[in-house]
Design a protein around this ligand. Sequence first.
Ligand code: UD1
Length: 417
Amino acid sequence: MDRIRIEGGRALCGSVYIQGSKNAALPVMAAAVLHRGVTVLKNCPRITDVCDMERILQRLGAKSSWEGHTLTLDCRNIEGTCVPMEYGSRMRSSVILMGSLLGRMGEVTVPYPGGCTIGRRPVDLHLKAFGQMGVHVEERQGMLYASGSKIRPAEYLFPFRSVGATENAILAAAAGDGETVLKNCAIEPEIVHLCRFMDKMGIQIKGKGTDCLIIKGGTELKDTVFDIPPDRIAAGTYLFAGAITRGQVILADAPEEELDSILQVYKKMGGQYYWNSGKLVTDSRHVQYPVSYVETASYPGFPTDMQSVLMSVLTTVKGDSVIREQIFEERFKIVSLLNRMGARILVDGRDALIHGTETLKGQHVFAEELRGGAALVLAGLAAKGVTVIDNPHFIRRGYENFCENLAALGGNITVDK
Ligand code: UD1
């Protein structure tokens, strides 16, 4: 079993290239299924979630190949309609194939979604939106079976914003014969990227970046080359890795328009930065202030995917900080592990009360999910002594060469096989 070993205490300095976005790549790969042709994705991150999605597409009949970070998907011969059980249970985003397989094949069977162990993560909104489009859905022995040979253009108001449900509804609507109007859509940048990709394929989408999307389905699609944009959460994670070690990290090719809420919090902690032709140049030597209150929220609020790594940083600044988690109820799982490393964090319902101590100490801990795993690595980089982290495979779901990149920035971190 491999594990990460970190000897903490070194300030990270240097430049790191920000990988392509996981949460943009996965729905774009699902969208490629709509087209009986070839899609080329450049700057695609080589992470296990993307590789798992690729394997699912292969099992459905697609051919695929990699050249560096360019992924070519040949979806001409997709005939399968069933997402294998083993993938669905470890990757929640496989549910995103419902919309596009329905659109292409008229039916789909997916395992009830798994993924990170962070809360209940139901899919009722996905299914309600499909229902409006004339799709019949049943649950049978842990599998969701949906059928609707003709997707009906519809008008649907989401009762609240969900990233995945918005994406799934857009994908299904693309196959409908007419205009579908989706209201109260999530407005995360990854949804805008998906819409831009679908536009390029030949599907007209009005309202990109707003909470009301109008999708004109049933058009002819074409082969498309698309650049996966940089990953805002990976960028934020490296930013906070600099912060927790009081280093000076340059983020090359960071998504400037998407980092506002993260940079606001960074600034509150005493971080300094400027932009220089697409590079974010950061100086964390003066990170020392607690954040009296920050809450996670849907975009453009502070992302829930950054909550755990922020918590790690706040354990190292003297004073009291409060984080309220509003999206996923079980996202405080790493608290007990950080406390084992010397942090003083109290959980009260949706709030984590963090009393910064400045003295984390190395421990043997284990990752249980993607972002919490990354947060433990950051804590290890700051801690005195040696930290060992089991289950690094969770981290590889979303970060490419995470430990190697941190080592290149000067961190004393290795992966022991
Ligand atoms: C996506 C991201 C994930 C991020 C999350 C919130 C991908 C692959 N994953 O996940 O990294 O943390 O957005 O920004 O893009 N909900 C329901 N019913 C539904 C759907 C969602 O109750 O049918 C609830 C969820 O339990 C959660 C909230 O809505 O409490 C937000 O979930 P959602 O926006 O759907 O997140 P995901 O698409 O799963």
